[in-house]
Design a protein. Sequence first.
Length: 365
Amino acid sequence: MQHEITPVRPLLDSRGVLLEPGYSKGLLPQYSRSAIKGGALRIKEWDYYLITCDDFAVALTIADNSYMGLDSISLLDFQIPWEHTNSPMAFMTLGKRNFPSSSASGSVKSGGRHHKISFEHHGDYRLLTFHMDKFFDGKPIDGEIRLENPPQESMVIVTPFAEKKTAFYLNQKINCMPASGAAHFDGKTYRFEPGAAFAVLDWGRGVWTYKNTWYWGSASGLVDGVPFGWNIGYGFGDTSAATENMLFYNGKAHKLHSVQFHIPMKRKKYTTHGGCCSGSAGRVVDTADYIEDYLSPWTFSSDDGRFEMDFVPIIDRAACTDIKLISSDQHQVFGRFTGRAVLDDGTVIKVKDFLGFAEKVCNKW
């Protein structure tokens, strides 16, 4: 089932329960933090921007997870390949970052003594600025990137959680935003040229349950001079009303059904300890357990045959955190897609070595 939300209406009823699960092609559900009944410490709000061109990328996040806030800057160079992420945290932010209730207006800023991130909304464009004194190896990073905001359809998903009636996930993905500007690090300028760089906004609001695993993939670029991209994902909440899988072509959204991520597996290895007296080195031994092999080629398939892709990874932006009650195992893998996608009218869009990413994340938060 793919239920499309068409009226503009409040997201939640007086009990804090979703009024209408489903999807839409614009931000029709109206979010209000004050209407949430799911517990102040469970509210999660974030704005995440990823700006890419063929050779490099910048990712910026401001998040308020109530008990913990996060500011994050990532720089990725696909030619080396190399990446680094620095994510200062603050505790008990509890909505103090004053996120806008809509992606269509408002600005958000965050920072500390040694870093600043700002997302400003100026109507027909967005301005992202960032600075961090000691981003990597004691060296600073800074940048300013402008995103054009042309009229276009987007992916909006409204998802309940079966375990808790007042838990929900409201998410909008705006793909294919034209980008221009630059990031500066270690004496090098990473310049995003108009017509060759695009951005996606991941705009999230919700009350999440404690333990979740999700899969997400996204790409934005040009095919024969026309803006094209996609959002694919699954893994959390009750998606019986709708999935978040969608294609974007020339400003129009085309709904997909189910898409599956096929991540290759490999045997888990461990290293034995060598003999302390003999001086022998340890041995690498295979186990019977299998784990994801994120840097081997993936495939993607759909139940209706409208999204069939091969994916060759370039770099795994991996992060693992475990502080007992809070843990996260993240693998955001950037690479190149080759395959086909089919629009609602049957038009086949073929891509070859099309830059994008796919991720698997396991969180207890």
